[in-house]
Design a protein around this ligand. Structure first.
Ligand SMILES: [Zn+2]
Length: 112
């Protein structure tokens, strides 16, 4: 729930800054290591965005993989678990961010 709330707060703030009438699309990237289920995030977002500028927004959520490399030989690995065949430990980079990539909104063109 808290991730959905964070996203909504940011979207509403940006929409207000731009004087948007409605938000039509939101693109999000979530790191795989956050273990967020995109459907669940969308469900929560739907529930809390009612009667905000973002209530009709389409959510486009993509899950971003973490980059795992061996600390010893530098080889890329598919998972952060276990040891490399060279005996090196895994180093994980990324995969823990939630990024608001873009927001599409309709702005009132009337100037007062
Ligand atoms: Zn290695």
């Amino acid at each position: 729930m808290s991730f959905a709330l964070t996203v909504l707060e940011n979207v509403v703030r940006i929409a207000e800054e731009k004087r948007a009438r409605t938000v039509t699309k939101i693109r999000l990237e979530i790191g795989e290591l956050l273990l967020i289920n995109p459907e669940q995030l969308e469900f929560c977002f739907r529930a809390i965005s009612r009667e905000t500028v973002a209530e009709d927004a389409e959510l486009d959520i993509s899950v971003v993989k973490a980059k795992v490399t061996c600390s010893n030989c530098g080889k890329e690995k598919p998972t952060p678990y276990g040891l490399c065949e060279c005996g090196g430990r895994m180093v994980v980079r990324g995969g823990k961010e939630i990024v608001l990539k873009s927001i599409v909104m309709e702005v009132d063109d009337a100037q007062g």
